[in-house]
Design a protein around this ligand. Structure first.
Ligand code: FES
Length: 108
């Protein structure tokens, strides 16, 4: 099977065709790729099905993509960091402040 070549913060990494970005990161031994804005806590895959938003990542310059849902593509540029910037309204800030906890994790 042909390996896909992509980058994470400029460093080369690979993925298998059909893998999600989250699966490729996990395969590479990377368990967190962002931190929460309020507490700086590490986040990566949690639910794995697009529900919790813990896995947000910037992909090809587009922030807040769910790594567990987006397919890895050749040449894709992934960036780690904080999530939530650019989301509409204050809903993300509310979630991080604890008034609307994310499913299961309590601090997205
Ligand atoms: S791990 Fe991606 S949304 Fe939960």
């Amino acid at each position: 099977m042909t390996e896909l070549h992509l980058t994470l913060d400029g460093a080369p990494m690979s993925a298998r065709p059909g893998q999600t970005v989250g699966a490729a990161l996990s395969d590479a031994g990377i368990t967190s790729w962002r931190t929460t804005r309020m507490g700086g806590r590490p986040r990566g895959l949690f639910c794995g099905i697009g529900v919790c938003f813990d896995c947000l990542i910037t992909a090809d310059g587009v922030p807040n993509q769910r790594a567990c849902l987006i397919p890895a593509r050749a040449g894709m540029a992934l960036e780690t960091g904080h999530a939530g910037a650019g989301l509409a309204g204050d809903s993300w800030a509310e979630m991080e402040g604890g008034s609307a906890p994310a499913a299961g994790s309590g601090d997205s």
